[in-house]
Design a protein around this ligand. Structure first.
Ligand SMILES: Nc1ncnc2c1ncn2[C@@H]1O[C@H](COP(=O)(O)OP(=O)(O)OP(=O)(O)O)[C@@H](O)[C@H]1O
Length: 379
């Protein structure tokens, strides 16, 4: 059976009356972009914040109605509540260093927050192999040890490595509410494309597929209440980065770089891309800054240590800290027991915890300096 189109879905939704009964939900502008992947339909309905909690029947009616379209296997509809500028903010849970995920949408772009998630932070790199995933996992665990509720989303659809790094296997389960239950290890909720596909499956994700996969992992997962969702991005600058920036209000991005000049040039590309899509760059992390001899413990600046710190200064972005190249970090990652778990009080862990503290401060700072403007909240 052929795949239903967004237009077919939209037409069907015209049969549902908007609150007040004067027009339908499509004409009232309540229906978001519609994403369709292999018969699964996702979209959201934007409703006034003050009546959001009474509109569950409307959400269900939209879902039921779309599900009867031939070719639709599943429909997931989320209610989003719009808050106009000047209105009181929705009540927020407070947690050290965490900031709300609902940020003013950059000019010309409307993004909708994910319910329950206060801050979404992307961990990115200009090129592959710089230790971005290792940094993302250890940073997520460090943030958790600093007292935050944290989740990690592996958006590296081309080479997902979070399941391996967290020692997770198997497939996530679907909950009664039709949301996917995130997997969990070491107290960290995790979702990855790696859970959805076999490890040796070649993945040729084209642009639209990436968007849909991301939507499902962001909005179709029961993340619960999180202070921070760490997103491990694919290396480079591409569809996923753009798609994420377009879909959700992001607290910002962290760029991981090795000290080599070449990597820094690439890091600069990553940085410029985030700036273009108006995602704040929260800072740069220098990974494998110095080589620590496993025998004698002495540090050697074999890569030209300090490049990232200097570059951060030149580019006017915060330097969040550095992590040396240490065999313990590699070995524990490979074993699925990241160093923050296997040796939380060790020296290696302290590097990540310091970076986590700096990161929380930057997220907080970004949130405080964000301009006044209309913002969107999820109730
Ligand atoms: N500070 C470190 N000390 C020692 N080894 C490290 C360190 N950081 C990362 N590594 C190792 O470097 C390799 C690459 O790391 P990782 O997979 O995290 O990189 P990546 O940038 O996410 O790569 P990709 O772009 O392929 O996803 C891994 O074997 C990892 O264990």
């Amino acid at each position: 059976m052929s795949e239903p189109t967004a237009e077919t879905v939209r037409e069907r939704l015209r049969s549902i009356a908007a609150p007040g009964g004067e027009t339908d939900i499509v004409s009232a502008g309540m229906v978001s972009d519609i994403f369709i992947a292999k018969g699964k339909v996702f979209f959201s309905l934007t409703v006034p914040a003050e009546v959001a909690d009474r509109l569950e029947p409307l959400r269900k009616a939209a879902e039921d109605s779309v599900r009867t379209i031939p070719g639709v296997e599943k429909a997931t509809v989320a209610l989003t509540a719009e808050r106009k500028g000047g209105q009181a903010a929705a009540p927020q849970r407070t947690a050290a260093g965490a900031a709300p995920a609902s940020k003013p949408a950059p000019a010309g772009r409307q993004t909708i927050a994910v319910p329950g998630i206060k801050a979404i932070v992307a961990i990115a790199s200009g090129k592959g192999g710089v230790g971005k995933s290792t940094t993302a996992v250890n940073l997520a665990l460090a943030l958790q040890q600093n007292g935050l509720a944290v989740g990690i989303l592996d958006a590296d659809v081309y080479g997902p490595s979070i399941p391996r790094l967290l020692g997770l296997s198997g497939k996530p389960e679907m909950a009664d509410d039709k949301l996917i239950r995130p997997m969990e290890n070491y107290g960290l909720k995790a979702m990855s494309m790696g859970f959805m596909v076999e490890e040796d499956t070649p993945m040729v994700w084209r642009g639209p597929m990436v968007t849909q996969a991301l939507t499902q992992m962001l909005r179709g997962v029961a993340w619960g209440e999180l202070d921070m969702l760490i997103v491990d991005m694919p290396p480079g600058t591409g569809d996923v980065q753009l798609s994420l920036a377009q879909q959700v209000p992001m607290a910002g991005a962290v760029i991981v770089s090795t000290p080599q000049d070449l990597a820094l040039l690439d890091a600069r590309k990553g940085l410029n891309m985030f700036r273009k899509v108006e995602v704040p760059v929260l800072g740069i992390v220098e990974n494998m800054s110095v080589f620590v001899c496993p025998d004698c413990g002495s540090a050697h600046s074999i890569f030209g240590h300090g490049g990232a710190r200097d570059e951060a200064e030149k580019l006017g972005v915060p330097f969040l800290g550095e992590v040396p190249l240490q065999m313990a970090i590699r070995e524990t990652s490979d074993a699925g027991t990241p160093v923050l778990v296997s040796d939380p009080d060790g020296k290696e862990s302290s590097f990540y915890r310091q970076i986590a503290t700096r990161l929380s401060e930057e997220v907080q700072r970004q949130d405080e300096t964000a301009g006044e403007g209309p913002s969107i909240v999820f109730e």
